[in-house]
Structure formats: C-alpha cells, structure tokens
Design a protein around this ligand. Structure first.
Ligand code: NAP
Length: 293
C-alpha cells in the first residue's frame, strides 16, 4: 500500500511554480496576478480566501482581494466582475462561493471572462473540459488528476467509481477520467444518493473516488484488494484531542481501508493541499496565455 501524499506533492508543485515566477521576474516578464472577490464575512469563506491570498504571496504572485458587504446587489457585483474582466493587470480571478441568497451564482459565474475564470466554473470552461479541449479545470478535480499523474496510477481500462455528482467535484472528475488520454480512458460510473446497490459497485471498482461528504462511509469490507481509493470528503467534527477543538474526517475509514489498497489518500494531507495548488497552476497558465492552449 502506498499513501498518495498530497501535502508533499503540493509542496513540490509550489516550488516548481515559485521557480517559474522567479524566472519570469528575472526576465522582466509580467508577474502573475490573481484577484479574489469576497462578499460578506462567512467564516469558512474568509479562511479559504485568506489561504489563497497567502499561498499566492508565497510563490511570488501578485494578489488582490476585493471585498463587499453582503447587502451588495447582483448588478453591482456583476459590475465588479466586469471591472476585473477588463483589468489588463489581473490574469485570473475567483468569486468566492457561496454568495448571499439574493444573488444568482450562475449569473455571476457567467459574467466572468472564461479566459480569466481560474476556478473553471464558467460553462465555456466546463464545455471545453468535457470535449477534452484546453480549459481551466476546477481546482479539486484538477488536483486529483495531477495526483494520479504524479503517482503514475494506471487508469486505462480500469473501472472507476466516482461517488458524488456535484458540479465542482464528482461530475467534472467523472468526465475527466473518461477522456481519451492519460489520466483517463477509465470506465467510469458516477454514483449519487439515488444509486441503488452502491456497496456492489464499490466492491467491483478498481478506483474509488469518494466525494459524498459522509464521514467514514467506506469501510474495509466494502472494497476489493488492490483498489485505489481517493478520499475527497472533509467533515469537521468536534474533538477533545486537538488544540482547535475539531478534526477533519474523510469519507473513508482509513485504518480499515488502507491495508487493502494499492494507493490511498489520507485526510487531511491528501486531496486538500492539491486543491489550492491547482488554482495557482491555473493562474500561472492564465498569465502565460490569454487564450486557451
Ligand atoms: P455536495 O455538493 O454536497 O455533493 C455530495 C454528493 O454526494 C451529491 O451528489 C449527493 O447525491 C452524493 N451523496 C450524498 N450522500 C450519498 C450517499 N449516501 N450515497 C451516494 N451518494 C451520496 O458535496 P461536494 O461539494 O461535492 O463535496 C463532497 C465532499 O468533498 C464534502 O465533504 C466536501 O467538504 C469535500 N470537498 C473537499 C475538497 C478538498 O479540497 N479536499 C473540495 C471540495 C469538496 P445527490 O446529488 O443525489 O444529492
């Protein structure tokens, strides 16, 4: 059994990006610039955005945080998005979700220039991804694909079960893994809460990607020997044994499942660290090319 160490791989990629930014600086090129729009002061969103800004600074990117109170109108937010679309210094930007209820997320996402949509949420990017064309792929699926690539995990002809069909994780992953390339060429099943016989599907799968958000849902007896298990789930539960008073639990019962696997990601330290790195990779890509590919 080999642990897929997302923390280590993410640190390697971060170094690669920082070296590339150094080269760009030394040759007098334009420093990549990521902007983030944050509406309101939802604590998890504050934490995510602060983390993104911090990592940008660590690799030498320029970063800008644009803040609004949660009573901002949809029209005013669209105007702010259009300003960033037009700003030649900003290579890519994100609008941190969720947005207040009176604002339509699809309207905001569709107002972003797809060439600056480094979150990969715009329908143009999703359509291009499904067709296998150059595009920005959203951070979590892109991070998982990169982890599979770096651990050289065979995917062609393998049966792959993705559990969870959200637009930001499960659905794009199921598309990416069925594309005619590596990583890809897998025979993919996309499961969700209406799926019947999920235990049977899990047992016959070579690769299982758990993205349902149900702590320790997958147990040892559910998987076959030699399976690859990628745990996307993160549930925060109270704990008396940590300084913060909580701990993060994945969708996989790690201690039982790991001994049966060929490869497995831990929680924390697996998929999580790869997510933010993918946003940096997309921003670097956006700064190098104003078009796709
Ligand atoms: P989501 O939007 O809540 O989607 C959950 C999906 O799981 C839905 O498709 C749901 O089915 C399905 N599901 C729920 N219970 C199920 C069950 N018992 N059997 C089969 N399918 C079931 O969640 P998400 O945003 O994709 O996130 C999933 C998990 O990944 C969460 O724990 C989240 O915190 C974590 N996450 C981690 C990262 C990271 O960087 N590591 C990034 C994003 C998300 P229906 O569609 O039928 O409702």
């Amino acid at each position: 059994m080999q642990i897929m160490d997302g923390k280590k791989v993410a640190a390697e990629i971060k170094d690669e990006i920082a070296r590339e930014v150094d080269q760009i600086k030394n040759s007098g090129g334009k420093i990549p610039h990521l902007a983030a729009i944050l509406v309101g002061n939802d604590p998890p969103s504050e934490t995510y955005v602060a983390g993104k800004v911090r990592v940008c600074e660590e690799v030498g990117f320029k970063s800008t945080l644009v803040r609004f109170t949660d009573d901002i109108s949809e029209e005013r937010l669209i105007e702010a998005v259009r300003d960033l679309n037009k700003n030649p210094d900003v290579d890519g930007f994100i609008v941190q979700l969720p947005l207040p209820e009176h604002i339509s997320e699809p309207n905001i996402i569709e107002s972003i220039d797809p060439h600056k949509d480094v979150d990969g949420f715009h329908p143009v990017n999703i359509g291009r991804m499904v067709l296998g064309l150059p595009s920005f792929v959203s951070a979590t699926p892109a991070g998982i694909i990169e982890l599979i690539r770096r651990y050289d995990i065979p995917t062609a002809g393998r049966s792959c079960l993705v559990i969870g069909r959200s637009n930001i994780v499960g659905r794009p992953l199921s598309n990416l893994l069925s594309l005619k390339r590596y990583p890809g060429n897998a025979t993919v099943t996309l499961a969700h809460s209406k799926t019947t016989n999920l235990p049977g599907l899990i047992l016959e799968s070579d690769i299982i990607i758990a993205a349902l958000g149900s702590p320790e849902f997958i147990t040892g007896e559910m998987i076959k020997e030699g399976a690859v298990v990628i745990d996307v789930g993160i549930t925060r539960v109270k704990s008396d044994f940590t300084k913060s008073g909580y701990k993060l639990i994945g969708d996989v019962k790690f201690d039982e499942v790991a001994p049966k696997c060929s490869f497995i990601t831990p929680v924390p330290g697996g998929v999580g660290p790869m997510t933010i790195i993918s946003l940096l990779r997309n921003t670097l890509l956006a700064s190098k090319s104003k078009r796709f590919g």
